[in-house]
Ligand binder design. Structure first.
Ligand code: FPP
Length: 265
C-alpha cells in the first residue's frame, strides 16, 4: 500500500514533457528535424509589445527545443531563422534580428559547447553584416568537434537561392569539362546543396498555424512528414516537439510503396 502511494506520488511529480518523452520510441526518433519558427510578431502583438520582443522571446524557445531534441536523440536540428525575403522587413527589425543573433551566439556559446552542440549555418552568409558573420564563423569554429547534435541556422536562406546556386555550380563544371551531363543524379544534386553531408529532414514543423513551406529546404523535404502547430514560436517548448515526434512515430512512411509492400505479413 505504501509502495503504491509512493509510485503514485512519483508519477504525479513527472512533468507533462517527461510523460510525453517516456512515450517516444528511442529507436524511431527522426534523425533530422527542421523547424519554420513562425508567429513571433503575432505573439508580441498579443502582448501589446513591439515585434522585436517576440523575436527575443523566441530565443527561449530555441533553447528549450534544442535541449528537448538533444534529450530524445535527434542528431540534426535545422531552424529557419532568417529568410532571403526577410531582408525586405523594416530596417529596424532587420537590425534588431541581427543584433539578437550576435548577442545570443555570444551568450550561449559556452552552453552550446558544454552540451555537445555543433553549430552550423546555411544560406547566403556573405550578405550578413560583418559582426554577425564573424561571430557566427567563430562559434562554428569553436564547436566544430562536438557531435551530440548539429544545430543548423538557416540565415539569409531560401531554397530557390540554394537551387540556383547548385545549378550554376553544376553547369560550370560541365562547361569546364569536369562533369558529364549524364553523371548528374539525385546524389550529385544533394552534394551541391548547402546541406551536403546531412541526412534529409524526416520531420518538418511549422508553428503559428500557417501551412506553407515558404521556400525552405524544398529539395530536402521530398519525403519529410509535415507537422503544423497552432502554437506561436515564443510559446513553443520541448513538449510540443515531443508531440510532433510522437505523431511522426504513428505515421506510416511509404516512400511511394504500398502498405502491403512495407508489411507483407
Ligand atoms: C518568424 O516570425 C520569425 C523570424 C523571422 C525570426 C526567428 C528568429 C528568432 C526566433 C530569433 C532567435 C534565433 C536564433 C537562432 C538565435 P514572424 O516575425 O514572421 O511572426 P509573424 O508571422 O507573427 O509576424
Amino acid at each position: 500500500m505504501t509502495t503504491t502511494f509512493t509510485s503514485l506520488e512519483k508519477l504525479q511529480q513527472i512533468t507533462p514533457d517527461q510523460q510525453l518523452r517516456a512515450l517516444i520510441d528511442p529507436a524511431r526518433v527522426p534523425q533530422h528535424v527542421a523547424i519554420i519558427m513562425d508567429g513571433n510578431g503575432r505573439w508580441a502583438k498579443q502582448q501589446g509589445e513591439l515585434r522585436v520582443v517576440g523575436h527575443s522571446n523566441g530565443v527561449r524557445s530555441v533553447r528549450d527545443t534544442l535541449v528537448g531534441a538533444t534529450e530524445i536523440g535527434v542528431k540534426y536540428l535545422t531552424l529557419y531563422a532568417f529568410s532571403t525575403e526577410n531582408w525586405n522587413r523594416p530596417q529596424a527589425e532587420v537590425d534588431a534580428l541581427m543584433d539578437l543573433l550576435v548577442n545570443t551566439l555570444m551568450s550561449e556559446l559556452d552552453s552550446l559547447h558544454e552540451n555537445g552542440v555543433r553549430l552550423n549555418a546555411i544560406g547566403d552568409l556573405d550578405s550578413l553584416p560583418d559582426s554577425c558573420r564573424n561571430t557566427l564563423h567563430e562559434a562554428i569554429r569553436q564547436t566544430a568537434k562536438n557531435d551530440r547534435i548539429t544545430l543548423t541556422l538557416a540565415l539569409s536562406y531560401s531554397s530557390r537561392w540554394e537551387l540556383v546556386r547548385m545549378v550554376k555550380r553544376l553547369a560550370q563544371a560541365v562547361k569546364e569539362g569536369r562533369l558529364e551531363v549524364d553523371a548528374v543524379n539525385d546524389q550529385l544534386v544533394s552534394e551541391h546543396l548547402t546541406t551536403a553531408g546531412m541526412p534529409d529532414p524526416e520531420l518538418l514543423i511549422r508553428t503559428s498555424g500557417e501551412q506553407r513551406i515558404s521556400n525552405f529546404l524544398l529539395w530536402q523535404i521530398a519525403y519529410a512528414e509535415l507537422w503544423f502547430s497552432p502554437v506561436l514560436w515564443p510559446d513553443f517548448r520541448r513538449e510540443h516537439l515531443f508531440q510532433a515526434v510522437l505523431d511522426f512515430q504513428n505515421r506510416e512512411r511509404r516512400f511511394g510503396l504500398t502498405s502491403e509492400q512495407l508489411d507483407p505479413a
